[in-house]
Ligand binder design. Structure first.
Ligand SMILES: [Zn+2]
Length: 414
């Protein structure tokens, strides 16, 4: 399976300039190729093939006056940008045809200089790990990196990103063998909620840690301050940087919290079931802010890849399944419960339920049922590969960043 490992990088001034140029060139190739395809589509012409775009928008473009600077960056960066565009189109088409699970993918969009996240992608022709601990990137140089943890194997690709507060990250994709953990007896249903971050079917609760709630409160205050500053003023620019920094801090802390919680759950349970999140549906309600803040989908993604990595079973329970309405003791469907109802009594069997705990128990029961009917691939006894998967590739686990040192950016899977 493929996993992503992220490290902070510290380019010097000339490397930062070279990277800025590479980000820009990758963006230009992306936008040029996207425009060709959009125009062809609008004119009723067939989809423009990648080989043609590669010739036209990379090879030949370098010989024109207005794109001559494309030759200053590694050709790999430009080719990968086109490949990423192809992948974005494939996701879009698959999504249209219903071949793709999860949220609908929209058509690829133009990239802007103002995007908060700038990136380039490289294959092994254009980067290599040096003996002195630096990472050679073609046409950029040897980048200093903070190796917060060891890479388990030689990486197959590298993404260099710059985030909104000007930090640089190296994100390696590594092919690893699953690291199967010794079997355990228990399985867990997980209810993700707003009152507690998660409630497990055994009744244990995982609350958002206090430092995270504090950091989120500060972020809200900074955002309010920003909104009061006059547009275009220096003070507004300063306030914006403060907000971006606090955003990054909150995101880092939340990610570490998610990593710790998900690792613990995967270690303790042989099978893990979660509700297939109606995040996109919920996010349109007035709960939007808290839903996004809770970062459920990132957390579920971690559970999923860690389950695959460690030989555990993972299943999502259908979103139409009314986990909060059904009595987990007798199965009676007691009708919808408004969100403020934290506790209710089953009108059939009289069991008193904590809303979230009951939901987690129902998710467990439904998960077991799904697995029993064989609708989920589970690792088999003879240890055959779990699934050479498109598990969202991410960093393996939280590690233990020392105070004030955060080591990774949130980079979505491949
Ligand atoms: Zn009941």
């Amino acid at each position: 399976m493929q996993l992503r490992y992220n490290y902070r990088a510290y380019p010097d001034a000339s490397q930062r300039r070279a990277l800025a140029q590479a980000f820009g060139c990758a963006r230009v190739v992306w936008n040029d190729c996207l425009r060709d395809r959009k125009e062809a589509h609008a004119a009723g012409l067939p989809y423009v093939k990648s080989a043609e775009l590669s010739r036209l928008r990379i090879t030949q473009a370098k010989r024109t006056a207005e794109r001559v600077w494309l030759a200053d960056v590694s050709a790999v960066v430009l080719q990968q940008s086109l490949r990423d565009l192809d992948a974005a189109y494939k996701n879009f088409f698959d999504s249209l045809k219903g071949k793709r699970q999860g949220r609908k993918a929209g058509p690829p969009r133009y990239k802007s200089k103002k995007d908060t996240r700038q990136s380039i992608r490289l294959n092994t022709n254009a980067f290599s790990l040096q003996d002195d601990g630096t990472v050679y990137v073609a046409k950029v140089g040897n980048l200093k990196a903070k190796w917060s943890r060891q890479l388990p194997a030689a990486p197959t690709s590298l993404t260099v990103t710059k985030d909104s507060c000007g930090r640089y990250f190296l994100s390696f994709v590594v092919d690893t063998e699953p690291d199967i953990l010794p079997g355990v007896e228990s399985d867990a249903g997980i209810d993700l909620g707003l009152s507690a971050f998660a409630v497990l079917s055994d009744g244990s609760r995982i609350d958002s840690p206090r430092f995270l709630r504090r950091a989120e409160k500060k972020l809200k205050r900074l955002q309010r301050e920003l909104s009061r500053k006059t547009k275009g003023s220096n003070n507004r620019a300063k306030a914006r940087i403060k907000v971006a920094r606090q955003h990054a801090k909150v995101a880092d802390r939340r990610r570490d919290f998610h990593h710790k919680a998900s690792t613990q759950i995967i270690r303790d349970s042989q099978a893990v079931y979660v509700e297939d999140l109606t995040v996109s549906a919920l996010a349109r309600t007035r709960l939007a802010k808290s839903v996004h803040d809770a970062g459920w989908s990132a957390f579920v993604g971690m559970l999923q890849y860690k389950a695959a990595l460690h030989g555990r079973t993972f299943a999502k329970v259908d979103r139409v399944f009314p986990s909060s309405q059904v009595c987990s003791a007798c199965g009676f469907r007691d009708g919808p419960k408004p969100l403020h109802v934290r506790e209710w009594t089953c009108s059939a069997c009289g069991t008193v339920h904590d809303r979230d705990h009951n939901a987690a128990r129902n998710i467990l029961l439904e998960g077991r049922r799904i697995v029993a009917t064989g609708r989920v691939e589970t690792p088999n006894a003879c240890g055959a590969p779990v699934r050479r998967a498109h598990v969202p590739a991410q960093r393996v686990e939280a590690g233990s960043p020392r105070k004030g040192q955060t080591t990774q950016a949130g980079i979505p899977g491949l």
